[in-house]
Ligand binder design. Sequence first.
Ligand code: NAD
Length: 258
Amino acid sequence: MSRTALLTGAASGIGKATAELLSNRGYSVIGADLKGTDISADLSTDEGRQSLVDQATRLSDGKIDAVLAIAGLAHPTPATVAVNFFGMVSTLTGLRRTLAKSDAPRAVGVSSMASLMPVDDSLVTALSAWDEPAAMRRAGELEGTEGDQLIYSSTKKAFAQWVRRNAPSVEWAGAGIPLNAVAPGVIATPMTAEYTSTEEARREILEMVPMPLNGIAEPEVVARLLAWLVSEENSHLCGQVVFIDGGSDAVIRGDATW
Ligand code: NAD
């Protein structure tokens, strides 16, 4: 029987490539984004997050086999906090009960190689405490300062940690739902156009994020990993943040993870 997948960020980049791949593989795909997809919902607000869950439940007749939380922003502003952390986690938790009804439920979200870069500790603490007002306040303080570059990395680190902490819990692993994340390096999408459209910009970004295996990737590369993570073949991967980064993590962290 055909599987149903719900994807956020389906209008562009990695989300669009993944929606197309899953559709080609026979999934019934429900795409969500700000506009231009089956569901229009603004994940920066509580109302938008609830509307996503309500519409997804209705369109799927209450049966979703795979949730892929992909939508994100890379602006050095508080909106990035609202979408990348609270929007992404709310997508996953809001649809968890619906997922649990599937015979082979799967859930995945998108962190980033940036999660390994410097972060703002106060912001990560507020995110970990699920304190949206404090997180938005802290991001507002950082906005327009040199520290605003830490907003994006902080959201991606907090999300990776949320996945690690929650995946083994009764709600996820205990309900038979593998919950994982991917952490892409530099992917050529509209989000990174300013870093990937000229040779000089590519050289500069690759100095920051070295990708010895094949360099900057197309979104289809990440789509294939996401598709495997939500496939029935993935029965035992739990709480992993899979770096799909041409080897950046191995170059930067070496064996520091053990
Ligand atoms: P993209 O800009 O092409 O797509 C992001 C999508 O998210 C857009 O369609 C956008 O409309 C949607 N979105 C933004 N704000 C939203 C909101 N408030 N509500 C609903 N949807 C909203 O970017 P992408 O590169 O495909 O990024 C996808 C994910 O991958 C993001 O979470 C991003 O942080 C992550 N990522 C990207 C890269 C990269 O190099 N491109 C690297 C690591 C991680």
